[in-house]
Design a protein around this ligand. Structure first.
Ligand SMILES: Nc1nc2c(ncn2[C@@H]2O[C@H](COP(=O)(O)OP(=O)(O)OP(=O)(O)O)[C@@H](O)[C@H]2O)c(=O)[nH]1
Ligand SMILES: [Mg+2]
Length: 323
């Protein structure tokens, strides 16, 4: 494989990048070989996670941030993760329209990843898409997700700066506690401040934050007000992101986040490999046989799992002994 796509991606070709991203999501043969030429060019981009409840204004805010960073001549990648498109088919289009003002800008590259079809591999596909945009030379990569499921939380944990977008409407604060978002957030954005009552949610938030114990060097999440439809508060938010970035750099936390990201990627890859290998034992017949035994109550799930792992280990041992 000559890694034709990878070399085009490295020269900034967006069509090649889009093709490679689809190849990764579809696990197309050759895509991973192409990726091996991408990895050496990664590690420079700054990753910002934009999460929050549906309709909170994440896409509008992301679009504003793109505009702000473009004025500073930074190049931008955007990944919109869309868990709802499988059901409604609409949200994805909405995001495209909101961001389309940047569609003509060759220094802004926007891709959507739908959760449909990716199952457990979403975090991995997202990280690989980040690598591709990073290797293309994008300075900032914004990742928009609805912060409700575990996968989204994993992704926000590995961003360099995570924003959680809320609105003054009730319920947001409680939901956030449940989802464990409080620990994963670096900057809280209270959007739709034009609707009033923004101070109420700010007080709720401050109360919650004050209940946490902070280590001396630890970043304490800040609260920023925005009115995204009027592009208000964008500069303040961008400034806060750069303040957080500075904090990560001076405290060495940046390196820790990079390590976390690599760990997540490694574990997801191993998990995928193991699952694929198990499904492939005796061309799938071994798994089928075990499931039949489970169904008949001849074996319990714990014993079946142990049997699978043992069989896998012995198969792998045979592969290693007879190269
Ligand atoms: N009043 C008001 N409306 C806003 C503000 N920001 C965004 N909106 C509106 O809120 C709606 C949702 O905005 P989006 O940016 O699509 O929100 P989102 O969080 O990306 O939505 P999903 O991706 O569907 O979860 C749109 O109709 C926006 O115009 C704001 O500051 N004030
Ligand atoms: Mg959106």
């Amino acid at each position: 494989m000559k890694a034709k796509l990878a070399s085009r991606v490295l020269s900034g070709d967006t069509i090649a990048a889009a093709k490679l991203i689809s190849g990764i999501a579809d696990e197309a043969p050759g895509a991973f070989e192409e990726m091996s030429h991408i990895y050496p060019h990664t590690g420079k981009a700054y990753i910002v996670g934009v999460t929050g409840s549906p309709g909170a204004g994440k896409s509008t805010l992301t679009s504003n941030l793109i505009g702000h960073f473009r004025k500073e001549l930074m190049t931008i990648g955007v990944i919109a993760i869309d868990p709802t498109s499988a059901f409604t088919g609409g949200a994805l289009l909405g995001d495209r329209i909101r961001m389309q003002q940047h569609g003509e800008d060759k220094d802004v590259f926007i891709r959507s990843l739908a959760t449909r079809g990716l199952q457990g591999g979403l975090a991995k596909a997202t990280i690989e898409t980040i690598h591709i945009m990073d290797a293309m030379g994008k300075d900032i990569i914004l990742v928009e997700t609805v912060g409700s499921g575990q996968i989204e939380i994993d992704i926000t944990r590995v961003a360099d700066t995570t924003l959680f977008v809320m609105t003054p409407e009730a319920g947001d604060a409680i939901q956030m506690m449940k989802a464990g978002i409080l620990e994963a957030t670096d900057i809280f954005v209270i959007n739709k401040a034009d609707r009033g009552n923004a101070d109420i949610i700010q007080t709720d938030l401050q109360t919650m934050l004050s209940m946490r114990h902070w280590l001396p060097d630890e970043w304490q999440p800040s609260i920023i007000f925005t009115e995204a439809i009027y592009d208000k508060g964008t500069a303040e938010l961008a400034l806060e992101i750069s303040r957080h970035r500075e904090h990560l750099t001076v405290t060495g936390e940046m390196q820790k986040r990079k390590k976390l990201r690599l760990r997540l990627e490694l574990m997801e890859t191993v998990e995928g490999l193991i699952k694929d290998s198990i499904a492939g034992i005796d061309h799938g017949k071994y798994l089928d046989k075990l499931i039949d035994e489970l169904l008949k109550g001849k074996i319990n799930p714990q014993a079946a799992a142990q049997q699978l792992v043992k069989r896998l280990a012995s198969d792998l041992g045979r592969v290693n002994n007879n190269p």
